[in-house]
Design a protein around this ligand. Sequence first.
Ligand code: AMP
Ligand code: ZN
Length: 468
Amino acid sequence: MKLFNTLTRQKEEFIPLEEGKVKMYVCGPTVYNYIHIGNARPMIVFDTVRRYMEYKGYEVNYVSNFTDVDDKIIKKAIEEGVTSEEISRRFIEECKKDMSSLNVKTATTHPLATKEIQGMIDMISALIEKGYAYRAEDGTVYFRTRKFKDYGKLSHKNLDDLQAGHRDIKVTGDFKEDDLDFVLWKPKKEGEPFWESPWCEGRPGWHIECSVMSKKYLGDEIDIHAGGEDLIFPHHENEIAQSEAANGVEFAKYWMHNAFLNINNKKMSKSSGNFFTVREIGEKYDLQVLRFFMLSAHYRSPLNFSEDLMEAAKNSLERIVTAAENLKHLQENAAGGETSGQESQWLKEAQGYREKFEAAMEDDFNTADAVSSVFELVKFINTKVSSESSRAFLEKLSDLLRELCDVLGIILDKEEDILEEEIENLMKERQAARKEKNFKRADEIRDLLLEKGIVLKDTREGVQWKRA
Ligand code: AMP
Ligand code: ZN
């Protein structure tokens, strides 16, 4: 298995630190709003990496944090007149719902920054002791960047260029020894959440969170550290400096970064206002379509979001789902019996598509090619099966298709029968809630249905539903 390592700028053979095991850390979102579909890209991409590793028999310890203390969270809390904790708790819940709709597996551990403050204080103390960090006179603790000789090795930047970049934007009121030094711990401001520390009442910098959570849940040395490419500098560069200075060993062997999801060839981001939330897209499409759309491109290629491409993804996915349903239907009605000689031959041929799929995934997780091999398999299935096929033959083809789709995190069962009953029941409950003027519950039910792709419409004949 080969993967592109940002550290060496090369595709490298993946050799785990410990045989049969993978320790993987993926930087998670800052939770102050609904996640946008750009944030969903690393979630989907690295969940697929995890799924492929598991398919190959690795035991994957997958850690992904929620950053639940941050300026943006505090700002939102002030706007709404609630605590930061309430904001982060709310949007962690919402984010988990989105991840579940995208069929992103729950991480082995989803640590929260605010629950790991002691670990951060310990690591900062160790860095101070070793001379890699210092407390400035206002109580801020800085990392002494120039002391870490490998600084810049991930982003391939050199210190002098960085220094030149800093010269024009010197901030007054800083008590830094050097422009390049970055914050590990900062003093509280009025009204902000804070913790006691040996340096001042305050809160941690963003970078130290990930170094500490990675160390606690995966150990000093890990296999893969991942995130979007905007995290390479300064976030991941700073994580390396902190972790390697504190622990004295190489932090992560492989660094993986996904390219951006764009709109009109510009990065989708909240700050520039050009974004769609996962929730919004979920109102129009089954979120499986979004997942499929993301995987139709290589993770290191920029991907432009458009209605046309989503429609294309919807149609493509439909073809795969239809083939799976057709197989299921034929299986239910198959006359029975063992595979014939001809069918055995075809099954061997079908394994060729598995090999193609694996070859694509082994080549730096080329999901675009892997998806193509699934299509070839679908085409093959459609031409080889009929009402004459044996049940064993149909079953084996169905298993193969399902296994490959499962690696991509694509669900093939529509489960319409169960859902319909569920929908009717929920609609009755909603009706009752409305009668009792319990509009909160009524709205909750509407949102719940929406999450499942069901849109409610008030008509003269009463409330009606349709699939989005
Ligand atoms: P943030 O909440 O901004 O820290 O982002 C969480 C994750 O989403 C990080 O891994 C980011 O790199 C990633 N990310 C943010 N915007 C985009 C985008 N437009 N395309 C791809 N990844 C993104
Ligand atoms: Zn991080």
